[in-house]
Design a protein around this ligand. Structure first.
Ligand SMILES: [Zn+2]
Length: 76
């Protein structure tokens, strides 16, 4: 049985969920401003942290097929 895992992108400084700016596409090298603390988060680093969390989660689960979906601000 397949499962889906959604991972929120979190601010590297205050751990609040990053929403991104409306109608804006983010690309590698961009920074995402945090609504909560106002600090710019490096896009690549934020994605990296989210992916790491997903991997850790999967490792903590019993073996099974899991599809990983990472929510990016640019798909909103
Ligand atoms: Zn923040």
């Amino acid at each position: 049985m397949k499962q889906q895992l959604n991972v929120d992108l979190l601010c590297l400084y205050c751990q609040q969920k990053l929403k991104g700016e409306n109608n804006r596409s983010y690309q590698p090298g961009d920074s995402i401003k945090c609504d909560a603390c106002g600090k710019p988060n490096d896009y690549d680093r934020v994605i990296e942290v989210a992916q790491q969390k997903a991997i850790e989660f999967i490792k903590s689960q019993t073996d099974g097929e899991i599809d990983i979906t990472i929510d990016k601000p640019d798909v909103k």
